[in-house]
Design a protein. Structure first.
Length: 101
C-alpha cells in the first residue's frame, strides 16, 4: 500500500475558492476515477493551506490514476471555469508516506 499527502497553497485570496472547488468538483472526479482520498483538512494555523491524503495499491496505479486525471475532460472544464480570474493554486507539495505501525 502506498500513501501520500498533498499540500496545496492557494494564491492570495483564493483559499476558499480552492477548497470549494476541491469539495464540490474535484472530489467527485477523484471518486469516478478511483482515486482513494482518505482525508482532507484545513490548517488550524489560520493559513489557507489545503491538505489531503490518498492511498494507492502501488506506484503503477498511482501513476496511471494521475495521468487519467490530467487528461480528464471534466477536470479540464472545471479548472478552466474556476480560474477565469487567474489560477487558484500557488504551489503544491507531494509527500509519499510509509506506515510505521
Amino acid at each position: 500500500m502506498l500513501e501520500e499527502i498533498r499540500i496545496y497553497t492557494p494564491k492570495p485570496g483564493k483559499g476558499e475558492a480552492l477548497r470549494e472547488r476541491f469539495r464540490t468538483k474535484t472530489l467527485p472526479i477523484f471518486k469516478r476515477l478511483g482515486i482513494d482520498v482518505t482525508g482532507a483538512y484545513a490548517a488550524t494555523d489560520g493559513s489557507d493551506t489545503l491538505w489531503y491524503t490518498l492511498r494507492y495499491p502501488d506506484e503503477a496505479t498511482r501513476t496511471k490514476l494521475w495521468a487519467e486525471f490530467g487528461r480528464d475532460a471534466e477536470w479540464a472544464s472545471v479548472k478552466a471555469a474556476s480560474e477565469t480570474d487567474g489560477p487558484l493554486l500557488d504551489s503544491q507539495k507531494i509527500v509519499g508516506l510509509r506506515s510505521l505501525v
